[in-house]
Design a protein around this ligand. Structure first.
Ligand code: ADP
Ligand code: MG
Length: 459
């Protein structure tokens, strides 16, 4: 393996572990391996700022992936390297390679600079467009609404609220609407804003006494794409600000699109007036993909990459990931990366090896704290309350479910679980685990909750 392949493979893994925004901001086109000799990897970064950021935050993660890919224990040093910018200036229109043996970027992007600039201003990721959004029975309603907004400029669906489980294409769809509208009218002011970012922006504006600028920024746009609305749960100040922003934009006839992992009625601690605004236009869900859609997605991703996978392998891969297109995509990327690194063509045997490895890796990388955080977020409850002593029903259930998952899925010892939950001994842990075990048999709601939580843990 050469240093380019090594870095492509490492980037492939990092892409799976980081948010798209972080990956694009810090790694994509900003880093290369300058040298790789005697198990010492020198990672070149595009600027001192990027170097410091990556070095302080991602060093451990990068080393772990490098060690995994090479099967060796590597030293890692960081430098600022002009070579990064040379790589970015490589000639355009290069033919994508046609076999699995040579690395190509996993997703192709349009390369008109102005268009890209408009997308970047709108905080949109160019890879999400309507052409590469595959439609099936689980997402056809949401897609039809999207098309109606982009093609006919329909104002009947305002707001458009789309909801569905993790990794089913909500972000992809709403970003595609933004991209399509910009491509039709580059002057249109589109803004994609995950609710967490909106909150951070709001907090910063309060700290820096620039709330006026904040309000102008959000209230002067033509199309607002608000993602991950479930994050609003319990955040009163953010809800208040979104409510007013919503009213201003709506009264001006501006389009508002919202995505969430659950319908407005199921977002806990959401002010009624905001809930009714969210429900006031078109609400559409994206369901779990059926096998046809999953296979179609794989075929589309392979075609974009000029990768040829035998149809039985496509079918097998699609079967392994019934719940999330993100997982499905991750499985494909891993299979291709592994096949490149091992220099073996993709096959059912290789797929099995990749799946086994992935499972082991996930179990190893998931720490109990993260599990508790995910459960807490799922129930919109602070971690401190779940691990605390209050005995209200709305805290006891999440607490018991967290203990159950730690014991059942991660085999964490009873004593460790007792420590996490500040229990003097592990009797109450045994009680909780058994209680949930019994409840799973009788309560479909508990089964769904545990299913959804484990999906989040393993995504
Ligand atoms: P969500 O926001 O629902 O959690 P995302 O929109 O981030 O999910 O989608 C996860 C990944 O799956 C993305 O890489 C996206 O491109 C891909 N994806 C999801 N749905 C589709 C689809 N219908 N066609 C093609 N790719 C999809
Ligand atoms: Mg999303």
């Amino acid at each position: 393996m050469d240093k380019i392949t090594l870095w492509e493979s490492t980037l492939g893994e990092l892409q799976l572990n980081l948010s798209t925004a972080n990956f694009q901001t810090w790694f994509k086109g900003k880093t290369i391996i300058v040298s790789w000799e005697n198990n010492l990897v020198e990672l070149g970064c595009s600027s001192p700022y990027v170097k410091n950021w990556i070095e302080s935050r991602y060093q451990v993660q990068i080393k772990a992936i490098l060690d995994n890919v090479t099967g060796e224990n590597n030293g890692l040093i960081f430098s600022v390297s002009p070579l990064v910018n040379n790589i970015n200036r490589k000639p355009k229109n290069k033919q994508p390679s046609s076999n699995v043996g040579s690395p190509a970027p996993l997703f192709l992007e349009p390369d008109q600079d102005l268009f890209k600039e408009a997308l970047s201003k709108a905080n949109l990721n160019p890879v999400f467009n309507l052409e590469n959004f595959v439609v099936g029975s689980s997402n056809q309603l949401a897609y039809a609404v999207a098309k109606s907004i982009t093609d006919q400029g329909s104002k009947n669906y305002n707001p458009f609220f789309v909801y569905g489980g993790v990794g089913l294409g909500k972000t992809h769809l709403i970003q595609s609407i933004g991209q399509q509208l910009i491509s039709k009218n580059p002057k249109l002011k589109v803004l994609y804003s995950p609710c967490e970012e909106f909150t951070n922006d709001l907090v910063t504006s309060i700290q820096t006494k620039t709330t006026r600028e904040f309000k102008i920024k959000y209230r002067s746009i033509d199309v607002l794409l608000l993602d991950d609305a479930q994050f609003l749960s319990g955040r009163e100040a953010t809800q208040e600000e979104i409510f007013h922003t919503f009213n201003v934009l709506h009264s001006l006839g501006k389009q508002i699109i919202i995505a969430s992992d659950r319908p407005p009625s199921s977002i806990r601690k959401l002010a009624d007036r905001l809930r009714s605004r969210f429900e006031g236009g078109m609400v559409a869900d994206i369901g779990k993909p059926d096998s046809e859609l999953r296979e179609a997605v794989l075929l589309k991703k392979c075609a974009a990459q000029k990768i040829n996978l035998p149809s039985d392998l496509i079918r097998q891969l699609a079967e392994c990931f019934p719940n999330s297109i993100r997982d499905l995509e991750g499985g494909l990327i891993r299979l291709i990366t592994y096949s490149r690194v091992a220099n073996r063509p993709p096959s059912p045997t290789l797929l099995k090896e990749v799946l086994d490895l992935t499972q082991k890796e996930t179990a190893r990388n998931t720490n109990p704290k993260k599990v508790v955080e995910i459960v807490a977020r799922y129930f919109s409850t602070p971690v401190s309350e779940i691990t605390g002593k209050h005995r209200q029903a709305n805290l006891v259930l999440p607490r018991q479910i967290a203990m159950y998952i730690l014991r059942n899925n991660f085999n964490i010892s009873l004593t460790v679980i007792a420590n996490i939950f500040n229990k003097a001994d592990h009797t109450s842990v045994i009680y909780s685990v058994n209680k949930i075990k019994a409840q799973i048999k009788t309560s479909p709601k508990t089964r769904v909750e545990i299913g959804e939580i484990s999906e989040r843990i393993f995504t």
